[in-house]
Ligand binder design. Sequence first.
Ligand code: GDP
Ligand code: GDP
Length: 465
Amino acid sequence: MTEEFAAGGLSEGISHGSASDRLPVVAIVGLPNVGKSTLFNRIVKSRLAVVDDQPGVTRDRNYAPAEWGGRGFWLVDTGGMTFEDGLGMDPAIQEQVELAIEEADLVVFVLDARVGATAEDEEAFRLLRRTGRRVLVAANKADDGEAAWDVASIDVGGVGEIVPISAMAGRGIGDFLDRVVAHLPPEEPSPEAIPGEVALAVVGRPNVGKSSLVNSLVGTRKMIVSEVAGTTRDAIDTIVERDGTRFRIIDTAGLRRRGRISRGVEYWSALRAMRALERCDVAAVLFDATEGITDQDVKIVGEAISRRKGIVLVMNKWDAVEKDHHVAERFAERVAWHFPFLEDAPLIHSSALTGRRVDRLLPEVARLAALRARRIPTAEVNRVIERLVAENPPPSGRSSRTTRILYATQVGASPPQFVVFVNRPKNLEGHYHRFLENRLKKDLGFTGVPVEVVLRQRKSRERDR
Ligand code: GDP
Ligand code: GDP
């Protein structure tokens, strides 16, 4: 129970592969000051550094992927329950906690081991018991080994197992994570991707019109519609066929802004969007044209770009925008300002309410998926590289020796991935690397499709001689 927890025990494992949409969700709940965020940070610390490197990903996120013993999961810090003095749980907070419980596969309830279960904790246990969710109680602040036996005497009202930890000192975290993993639902096998099927994630903030849009799409008579169970507990994929293409629509709707709470809804919906983005080919990112582009919108687009998905920008609720002859132009300018790398992405001004321009979406999605799957002959890649080098010679690093790009080739499709062989890859990191990515994307015609360039070291022939 008292072994020291080493950060290195957490593997850096979770790739942005197709698996993490199926990762179970573990929600940390509890009263203020019991150490929830300390525990969250302790578990995800080694990952966050990696995640934060990606553009568009902010540091203030309260959910993050974690892994223990080869099992991955999403960890969510819900912020906490509060109680009005003697009046029971604040209804707004209660709703937020209920939402957390609804969305989670496992609830970790944190309390202060030194205090034991308070009246508020007990009320929370009653709430948890009613939901029937799996609960693991973490008795935190059990800083010294002796506190461990005390913990067994804390009455948790039969909601779940209790484990002593010290989030601050890193004590008991390994045993605790063993228990977390033991309580997770069994792993789901990865479904085979169906060749020729295009997976579309419809993402965006709550209330931008995602479910209206999906309904409008699916309601079109030309399409054959069927609903299949999604790979996650809560997602229902809709399969539609149009013009010979089979689309799997991953709907992330269903979370409503309820009453006063928006913070909780925002991050749960963001987490859903991330899970949908993991397994899509193309993302339709919806904006509410009456509200303009918000920080949350920028974050969602950033997540789609960093996963190198095809991106269609959808300005929804266009019917509700007061139009003068410059309004579309102004919106386009704002899009270009926020998303300089998406200047070529398709932009649709739609109304899910009236159905106007909704029919433009699937053809664009099919077009992007096809573009994303293209393979460019090596000779053509190198012609473009030569042109780029002539136009903008690679910087020579601190040593004044020339940086030479030797050749480049496409090594992957969907997403398009290129390897550029260079004698001193270090010299190209940062600015020039981004230049190559953006220009290969543009000049090879990957419009609306982010490409990835990997720099590899290769000795230049001149030096070998
Ligand atoms: P939250 O409000 O539940 O997220 O709690 P925080 O993580 O912000 O922690 C509240 C306070 O408790 C902070 O001052 C932490 O440093 C402290 N704390 C957290 N974990 C431990 C622990 O394991 N032992 C002790 N002694 N203090 C802790
Ligand atoms: P979601 O949370 O993103 O799934 O959003 P919903 O589809 O539930 O839509 C939220 C609200 O916006 C509902 O009241 C819709 O009727 C409304 N709405 C959705 N699309 C449009 C649209 O194109 N125009 C207008 N005026 N309202 C819309």
